[in-house]
Design a protein around this ligand. Structure first.
Ligand code: AMP
Length: 143
């Protein structure tokens, strides 16, 4: 299965934030949307980082609870692993488990077109296995 097939079913909506916004803004956005990460883009929409709830927790563990006046650029990960729509979902899942992160932005010709989470990848794999199981069952019962 390709990354493109996941985006076809879930859509290409990506929650983004700019690096100059405060962590208070980011927490508000994560909470309102009930999500675990924000893709960080500059004013031109170019991907410059990713900020996850993990980054917030790690920072709080080290520096205390009040992060609200820090900025997204201070806590984000800049070296972002991305994937392309034609990539295989299994290969992307391996990247996530090896790198110990749960989100991968999808980039097509330099443009951000979606985001795959580990949950999306697992759901897609379960659906795929279910279809295979049904096809096998039909094949056996038709013989
Ligand atoms: P996550 O498991 O995705 O919530 O993130 C765990 C850690 O990995 C955090 O420090 C994130 O900033 C970082 N991270 C998340 N996604 C990516 C990615 N695609 N590439 C590089 N780092 C990431």
């Amino acid at each position: 299965m390709k990354v493109r097939q996941i985006l076809d079913s879930k859509g290409g909506d990506v929650a983004t934030i700019t690096p100059d916004r405060t962590i208070g803004d980011a927490i508000g956005e994560l909470g309102r949307r009930r999500i675990g990460s924000l893709v960080v883009v500059d004013e031109g929409g170019n991907l410059v980082g990713i900020l996850s709830e993990r980054d917030l927790v790690a920072q709080m563990a080290e520096h205390g609870l009040d992060l609200t006046q820090s900025h997204v650029r201070d806590l984000m990960t800049s070296n972002v692993v991305t994937c392309q729509p034609d990539d295989d979902v299994t290969a992307v899942t391996i990247k996530m488990t090896d790198g110990r992160f749960r989100h991968v932005p999808v980039v097509d010709r330099g443009r951000l077109i979606g985001l795959i989470s580990i949950g999306d990848a697992v759901k897609a794999r379960i659906n795929e296995l279910e279809h295979e199981r049904e096809a096998l069952r039909d094949y056996i019962s038709s013989g």
